[in-house]
Design a protein around this ligand. Structure first.
Ligand SMILES: Nc1nc2c(ncn2[C@@H]2O[C@H](COP(=O)(O)OP(=O)(O)OP(=O)(O)O)[C@@H](O)[C@H]2O)c(=O)[nH]1
Ligand SMILES: [Mg+2]
Length: 324
């Protein structure tokens, strides 16, 4: 009989310690979790399984199956690549913008919804949900029931909160399921996992997608921080241990929305740092850095950076006319 790990969805096995789903032979009969999930959940250990699933392959599989899709995306990861993935899903679907509780106070859920609809031409339903169980998951349960949906896939990029969503749904429904493994590192869920929550709803968790040109896939900080800077002439923003730099012309004030856990984002600028990518930012435009966050500028300006063009998107500001 094959058994599935409730933490990550991998098939339990005792043959290969380095492969997913491993559990020693003497424990396999009683185990609900593989060793990796057990250790992650109980001892905070990290074991990154670097086998990111190809997003297109997952979507191809889901497209063959006619089930409803709930697609999760946190607001820092709204970008062309992710929205195109969402659009490539043929099934009935809803886009859920997650971690809405971390949006700046002056940005309403409606503003975000309208923005995504207009900028990315999304014609399916869009929901924005906040973090806690009652604040969002409940309304999505109602949405599913109102639309007579009793089984749905949860798809989305890694760390968007798919497994947390199922655990939260189990809490509000009082379902006695084994909790799914959730973690701030990428690639926690490794296989599809069908979770029956009650007689009305079954959700299918899935391995998260990795954005190809993303500079960082882990949520190093649970919170999305809002950092404001007036850079001096000899200062740059530095990212990922000095690997990338951004110089902003004329010290234009910026606000940086990021989940990076780095308190050292400002650095003295040395001429030997070669910043060859020159970009113009128009009034009311944001700079999206894939996997890092969003930079909001007070005025139109010019930046120079060594971040590759493929990892950048410049678009109208998601924060509307508001500047903090
Ligand atoms: N602030 C906030 N954090 C959240 C929310 N939902 C999930 N998280 C956090 O986001 C991180 C990733 O959550 P997971 O549920 O493991 O994400 P996932 O989409 O299942 O990730 P993979 O299994 O890797 O595809 C964890 O640190 C969660 O605590 C939310 O609504 N708000
Ligand atoms: Mg997961």
């Amino acid at each position: 009989m094959t058994k599935i790990c409730f933490g990550c969805g991998a098939q339990l096995q005792s043959d290969d310690q380095n492969a997913k789903g491993y559990i020693p032979k003497n424990k396999i009969d009683d185990a609900s979790y593989c060793m990796r999930c057990f250790r992650m959940m109980h001892y905070g250990e990290q074991k990154v399984m670097d086998t990111p699933k190809d997003a297109k392959e997952i979507i191809r599989k889901v497209n063959k199956d006619n089930k409803f899709v709930i697609f999760l995306c946190d607001y820092l990861n709204i970008n062309t690549y992710v929205m195109d993935l969402f659009k490539s899903i043929k099934n009935n679907k809803v886009l859920v913008i997650n971690k809405g509780e971390l949006l700046p106070d002056n940005i309403t859920y409606n503003m975000v919804r309208n923005f995504v609809q207009d900028k990315y031409s999304i014609y399916s339903d869009i929901k924005v949900k906040g973090g806690t169980a009652n604040h969002g998951v409940k309304s999505i349960y109602k949405y599913l029931m109102d639309n007579n949906i009793h089984e749905a896939y949860l798809l989305g990029i890694s760390n968007s909160g798919k497994s947390t969503f199922i655990n939260d749904m189990a809490t509000i429904l009082g379902s006695k399921i084994n909790k799914i493994n959730v973690n701030s590192h990428a690639n926690t869920t490794l296989d599809f996992m069908r979770v029956k929550l009650n007689n009305q709803l079954t959700l299918i968790d899935s391995p998260g997608f990795i954005i190809p040109n993303s500079l960082n896939n882990d949520v190093t900080n649970k919170d999305i921080k809002m950092l404001s800077y007036n850079l001096k002439d000899n200062e740059v923003i530095q990212l990922l241990n000095n690997k990338y730099h951004i110089k902003i012309e004329n010290g234009t004030p910026i606000t940086f929305y990021t989940s990076l856990n780095d308190n050292n984002l400002i650095k003295k600028y040395y001429k030997e740092i070669k910043l060859s990518n020159e970009l113009n930012i128009d009034d009311n435009q944001d700079l999206i850095i894939l996997g890092i966050g969003i930079i909001r500028f007070k005025n139109k300006t010019k930046i120079t950076t060594n971040i590759p063009t493929e990892s950048i998107e410049i678009r109208d500001s998601i924060f509307g006319g508001y500047y903090e």
